[in-house]
Ligand binder design. Structure first.
Ligand SMILES: C[S@@+](CC[C@H](N)C(=O)[O-])C[C@H]1O[C@@H](n2cnc3c(N)ncnc32)[C@H](O)[C@@H]1O
Length: 345
């Protein structure tokens, strides 16, 4: 048995590498077990595994065929455990995502794709990357699951759903962004609602398996500094979401904003299936020289209904620093966001 195609059984060696088991008898038993697994569980496997059944190997870290409950497609990508209830990831991919922080900057490939889906994507003043969101969606759902973004904007979350084979839903108040969103993901057009997301309880939705969203960061866009507003105005682009009184980004009182934004996620709770996670991407913000701990306040308030599971910190390290406060007082450049992770348990 020299060719890797002849091996059907892998284990972890003393150096913790995943390697073939050099035992003909065990490989024969593994071949039979793979066939049995495919007969019973083929539809539950990740798409790539389903499409490459001839290349699958059985895996048991300790090399025990009877106890084995994981499959390998490429040894270097790790093994997919048949007991995985949460996602379609191998153990290796799962572990990689669990770092409590990550660095992510806008990708030219994302921007290129955005432009090809709709030329007006630059109209929106604060979008996030479908590539970044895809990583969350892949971790917190399986293929075919329902994902909702109640502040969907121009639909970056739904582009991520399309890329990862999930079913996307979204709510957006501004009719202009709603139209761009539908153009970017026409396959989800019937799942996109031009509405105030505080009315989410009145929208007919199937049980939702996961939600990822980024609400307005209070009224920061209404008082943008550092040339952001002037630059966008010069190009004829929006520098705020809208003039609407229903736009949460137009609420100037902090406590009122906090109450309203949390009310959306409290109502979303009833739309989620039990065990579903939600991720909210948000920042602590500053106003008139004082910090308002928006991320921490939302975590505390929503933690009264959801279980607050964790935070992942998203760091942007390619944005230039401005001399805020110089030469009188302390004022940081806030270049990190909190990805709050909560669960309906
Ligand atoms: C930070 S942006 C989200 C952008 C989105 N993640 C994207 O990449 O396109 C917040 C969005 O919430 C929308 N919004 C504000 N108030 C809303 C409300 N009451 N109901 C629904 N959407 C609202 C804004 O118009 C804006 O598009």
């Amino acid at each position: 048995m020299k060719e890797s195609n002849n091996y059907f059984f892998y284990h972890k060696d003393s150096k913790r590498n995943i390697v073939p088991v050099e035992d003909e008898q065990k490989n024969e038993e593994a071949k039979i077990k793979i066939k049995e697994i495919l007969e019973k569980h083929k539809q539950e496997l990740p798409q790539e595994f389903r499409e490459n059944v001839d290349k699958l190997k059985l895996y048991s870290p300790k090399g025990n065929v009877k106890e084995a409950h994981a499959l390998i497609l490429n040894a270097e990508d790790g093994a997919y455990d048949l007991k995985n209830k949460l996602n379609c990831m191998t153990g290796k991919e799962w572990t990689k995502f669990t770092c409590s922080w990550f660095i992510f900057n806008a990708l030219p490939s994302d921007l290129k794709e955005e432009k090809s889906l709709n030329l007006n994507t630059e109209e929106h003043p604060a979008t996030y990357s479908p590539t970044m969101v895809s990583e969350f969606i892949k971790y917190f759902t399986k293929e075919g699951d329902n994902v909702i973004d109640p502040f969907v904007g121009i639909g970056s979350t739904l582009v991520a759903c399309k890329r990862t084979g999930r079913n996307g839903f979204g709510i957006e108040l501004n009719p202009k962004y709603y139209e761009i969103c539908k153009e970017r993901v026409p396959e989800f057009a019937e799942n996109i609602f031009n509405a105030d997301c505080r009315d989410i309880d009145k929208i007919d939705l199937p049980p939702i398996n996961y939600s990822i969203s980024s609400p307005p960061y209070w009224d920061v866009l209404n008082r943008s500094t550092d040339g952001f507003r002037e630059e966008r105005e010069d190009k004829g682009l929006d520098f705020k979401y809208s003039e609407s009184s229903k736009d949460l980004g137009n609420i100037s009182n902090y406590d009122e904003f906090l109450k309203e934004v949390c009310s959306v996620y409290f109502k979303l709770y009833d739309k989620l299936s039990t065990g579903a996670y939600i991720t909210i991407i948000v920042k602590n913000v500053k106003k008139e020289g004082k910090m308002y701990p928006l991320a921490w306040d939302m975590a505390r308030i929503l933690g009264e209904k959801y279980v607050l599971k964790d935070e992942r910190i998203w760091i942007q390290d390619k944005i230039g620093l401005s001399p805020y406060g110089y030469p009188n007082s302390w004022a940081s450049n806030i270049l990190h966001h909190y990805c709050l992770i909560l669960r309906k348990e």
